[in-house]
Design a protein around this ligand. Structure first.
Ligand code: ITT
Length: 205
């Protein structure tokens, strides 16, 4: 039984592989399907984008596909960059550029107004295009400067109160114990297990 991870983000792939490692499935990625076109992300919500990525890949590959749409919501910035977290500075901007943009806008903002959260929506689609979505969030606050080289994206500027350091300073196991992505996958777990079970029963007759 195989599940295709419908993402081109290497940071997400690493985390999804670790978080799903105990399931009795082989995890494929889009590297196994090099002809897959760019994944559409034209929706206004994490749910819409996760669903369109998962259903496209499930239809194209004929396998169960799992997509993640996620981002950083900063309260003092009205929830930005939110659903546009990957793209809001254009296609040539780097992760460091996006972190600098957030830090610059948050400069001088007092501690109590620095609340932020990561949000992830995981969509799981069968090849017929039927998808279900599952959400997870992780609350924290914006640091005053980047710290740590772990994880990816906004991790170096996101302080996790439970650990008292940025997500970029955490080892992968610690991030995977509390992250928005981990929480979305915990919510998805029973559904994935039942799809895998149904697939095995079909195959084994
Ligand atoms: P795919 O669509 O191929 O999955 P993407 O990077 O375009 O890759 P998204 O549209 O979901 O994915 O954008 C999510 C962005 O939000 C991502 O590029 C990061 O900048 C940020 N992000 C999401 N999860 C994160 C995490 O765990 N740590 C830090 N930043 C994260």
């Amino acid at each position: 039984m195989e599940i295709v991870l419908a993402t081109r983000n290497p940071g997400k792939i690493r985390e999804l592989q670790a978080l799903l490692a105990d399931l009795p499935v082989r995890l494929l990625t889009l590297d196994d399907y090099p002809a897959t076109p760019p994944l559409p992300e034209t929706g206004d919500t994490f749910e819409a984008n996760a669903t369109s990525k998962a259903t496209l890949v499930a239809r194209l590959t004929g396998r169960i596909a799992l997509a993640d749409d996620s981002g950083l919501e900063v309260d003092a910035l009205g929830g930005a960059p939110g659903v546009h977290s990957a793209t809001f500075l254009g296609p040539h901007a780097t992760e460091a550029d996006r972190n600098a943009w957030v830090l610059e806008r948050m400069r001088g903002v007092e501690e109590e107004r620095r609340a932020a959260r990561f949000r992830a929506v995981v969509a799981v689609s069968t090849p017929d295009g039927l998808a279900r979505t599952f959400e997870g969030t992780c609350e924290g606050r914006i640091a005053d400067a980047p710290r740590g080289i772990g994880g990816f994206g906004y991790d170096p500027i996101f302080i996790v109160p439970e650990y008292g350091c940025t997500m970029g300073e955490l080892p992968p196991e610690s991030k995977n114990a509390i992250s928005h992505r981990a929480r979305a996958l915990w919510a998805a777990r029973d559904h994935i297990a039942s799809l895998v079970g149904a697939g095995k029963r079909l195959r084994d007759g």
